[in-house]
Design a protein around this ligand. Structure first.
Ligand code: ADP
Ligand code: MG
Length: 253
């Protein structure tokens, strides 16, 4: 089982759009996939039309994997389950602050789901916090959307500095360019510059696309309502590029 976190400390950069579309492709290509919506705002749960139960259960999240298992819902897509965010998830930081072994908590919970899934995708809230540290400890890959602007470059470099300071492996961080407008000179030059400066950027690039904005109306991954469009192809290209790292042993597509 592999764990991929869609993470950035910036909001509105495409974490949720990526988590949703990547989970969709993973499931449709035969990986038993679970999308965990860690962001209390619940955007990826919304896109997959999955509602959380009424009970405030956030406090029980880090206690035992059975608590998490109980809250998992099926999506409309075969092979894809969703753990919807509950509003009580907004207290995860305070909660983790009060727990022992907080850094390894999430990893231990996810380990309990190992038999059920080939891939777990984490849709993360835009913070750098106790929760993000639990995420960094649990993830095999931290997938970071970077809008090619100067400010986003700075945020990305802050994340790398944080990784270095805390001793996390740099290789786990996999950045990619998000919301790219190729007609913009700044986007083009920033992409060239950042590819030279930082290793590991995916070749796959997610364009700025009306179809991705429209996911909210359709409440579905782009492949469902814009099958032949560039946005759909871009997420599939991303999945293809990640496939060698995500592939369960011996599995063919
Ligand atoms: N590649 C894109 N092109 C156009 N709009 C996008 C793209 N990616 C995301 N969006 C839109 O931008 C907003 C923020 O995206 P989202 O994925 O929710 O970001 P995050 O999870 O990082 O906060 C949403 O309204 C979404 O529809
Ligand atoms: Mg989000």
């Amino acid at each position: 089982m592999k764990v991929v976190a869609c993470y950035s400390m910036k909001g509105g950069v495409g974490k949720t759009a990526t988590a949703v579309n990547l989970s969709y492709w993973a499931a449709s290509q035969g990986l038993r996939t679970l999308l965990i919506d860690l962001d209390a705002q619940g955007a990826s749960s919304f896109y997959f039309r999955v509602k959380p139960g009424r009970k405030k259960w956030g406090k029980r999240f880090f206690q035992a994997y059975e608590n998490v298992l109980e809250q998992i819902r099926a999506s409309d897509f075969e092979g894809l389950d969703v753990l919807p965010a509950h509003l009580s998830f907004r207290n995860f930081d305070a909660l983790l602050a009060s727990l022992e072994k907080r850094k390894s908590r999430l990893r231990r919970i996810l380990k309990g789901l190992k038999g059920e899934y080939d891939l777990i995708v984490l849709d993360c809230p835009p913070t750098i916090s106790h929760l993000s540290e639990s995420v960094f400890n649990a993830a095999d890959m931290v997938l970071v959307p970077v809008i090619p602007t100067t400010l986003s470059q700075r945020t990305f470099e802050q994340l790398l500095a944080f990784f270095a300071e805390k001793g996390y492996a740099r290789e786990v961080v996999v950045p990619f360019f998000s919301m790219v407008q190729r007609q913009k000179a700044l986007h083009k030059s920033t992409m060239t510059h950042m590819r030279q400066r930082h290793k590991g950027f995916l070749q796959a690039v997610i364009p700025f696309a009306r179809d991705i904005e429209n996911m909210g109306e359709h409440r579905a991954p782009v492949a469902v309502f814009a099958a032949r469009k560039p946005a759909t192809k871009a997420y599939l290209a991303m999945f293809d590029e990640l496939w060698p790292s995500l592939r369960p042993k011996g599995k063919k597509r």
